[in-house]
Write a protein that binds this ligand. Structure first.
Ligand SMILES: [Zn+2]
Length: 406
């Protein structure tokens, strides 16, 4: 495996600047292309799974986090509050309180539940500068977050649905989970007190894990302060584990925010919140993908999907026209002309690009494309439209294969 910090810089994916600060990486165009592909993938997957997306601000008043419990259980990880004309405003440590308020802003009937709300949004953590680095220890996090407001009876199905989304996403990304962990409270931690609700949540998650058939371990001391969770762990190049995806059951925040729905009996009832992150934070998932694939991303994620290499200056206009046709079809393509070196050197420089199209006099004359695949295969030359169709189908299906048998 590779070190994502080194490779991320070499491949021009992301970088940092001391003037912006430690733990605050910026994304270069190639890194941003990978991230956009991920964001588009997960938003579409969530829409298919019945989620509606929202946007909420990255700031909130201190009182909001006092109500949610973050202030008393999590404040050492939060940025200090900013004084604004007598009010205190903080960078949010999580999206949950905002989503609870969005839910609370409208009346809800049991017929609307489960109500699935998602947002790919920013949250902030005041990590000490000594531990910061790359994309894995950062102070600004873009999380693929989502909250399901549901009845207690719906929790198990919703948790199962979230695990299925995680499963499908991992298949598309080529990721294998290192292990599933049932994270329970431990002695001495800062947790909200209500032993009966903790037991109920842990029992629900245990039931979901048992039914899913995946092997898992229960670990004490890893729960969120408001409830137990299923953590999907991935391992980095040194074998160190990190949590990428989570599913959590929370009876606490609905209580704190006074969330309600009207039941079939006409009475007010309390919903449960299921918190879940499918592909985790953009920072952590991209760090993991860089290390896992060594920069040779699945075609649908690759910053450049097709490198178009004109043999000589005479084929440059033809190569540029082909690039434009790729771009028109939503494929990321780039022409790399003879000013960048010999054909051999350009092929080597594009070795991480899934598809290379060499345009010689024969291809230029016949509108045929001879592809070289990243894995060394050389399919027979095909009409350009057939190349778009084949590559477009694999990319559109988020397939990790580079080529299908005809
Ligand atoms: Zn949450």
């Amino acid at each position: 495996m590779h070190d994502h910090r080194k490779l991320g810089r070499e491949l021009d994916l992301f970088d940092t600047d001391p003037l912006i600060g430690a733990g605050l990486p910026y994304w270069l165009p190639d890194g941003a292309a990978v991230r956009h592909a991920l964001e588009e993938y997960i938003r579409a997957a969530e829409r298919r799974a019945g989620y509606r997306h929202v946007f909420s601000p990255v700031l909130g008043k201190r009182e909001l986090y006092e109500i949610s419990g973050h202030w008393s259980h999590y404040s050492e990880d939060m940025f200090p509050p900013m004084d604004l004309g007598g009010e205190q405003v903080v960078l949010r440590p999580s999206l949950c309180p905002h989503h609870a308020l969005i839910y609370r802003s409208r009346p809800h009937s049991y017929r609307e539940l489960p109500l699935r709300m998602a947002e790919l949004g920013g949250m902030y953590r005041s990590e000490l500068s000594g531990v910061l680095g790359g994309l894995t220890r950062v102070r600004a996090i873009q999380l693929n977050d989502g909250h399901i407001f549901c009845t207690p009876d719906q929790v198990a199905d919703e948790a199962r649905g979230a695990l299925e989304l995680i499963d499908r996403a991992y298949a598309a990304l080529g990721i294998t989970a290192a292990r599933y962990r049932l994270s329970l409270p431990g002695a001495g931690g800062k947790y909200v007190a209500d032993p009966a609700l903790w037991e109920r949540s842990a029992a629900l998650l245990t039931e979901v894990l048992d039914a899913s058939g995946v092997p898992y371990e229960a670990v004490e001391g890893e729960a969120a302060f408001y409830g137990p969770k299923i953590d999907v762990q991935v391992a980095d190049s040194a074998g160190r584990e990190a949590t990428l995806s989570t599913v959590q059951v929370d009876f606490h925040q609905p209580e704190r925010f006074g969330l309600q729905y009207t039941g079939p009996d006409g009475q007010k009832h309390r919903p449960v919140m299921v918190h879940r992150a499918v592909i985790g934070s953009m920072e952590r998932v991209v760090a993991h993908l860089i290390e896992l694939h060594g920069g040779a991303f699945p075609a649908w994620l690759a910053p450049t999907q097709l490198a178009v290499l004109p043999l000589t200056g005479a084929e440059v206009p033809r190569a540029e026209a082909f690039v434009q046709r790729c771009l028109d079809r939503g494929l990321r393509a780039e022409a790399v002309g003879p000013e960048h070196g010999t054909l051999g050197a350009r092929i080597r420089a594009a070795r991480l690009v899934p598809y290379q199209a060499v345009i010689g006099p024969r291809e230029a004359a016949g509108d045929l494309i001879a592809l070289r695949l990243r894995d060394g295969r050389r399919p027979d030359p095909l009409p350009a439209e057939e190349v778009f169709r084949r590559v477009g189908a694999l990319v559109g299906a988020h397939n990790t294969a580079l080529w299908d048998a005809p």
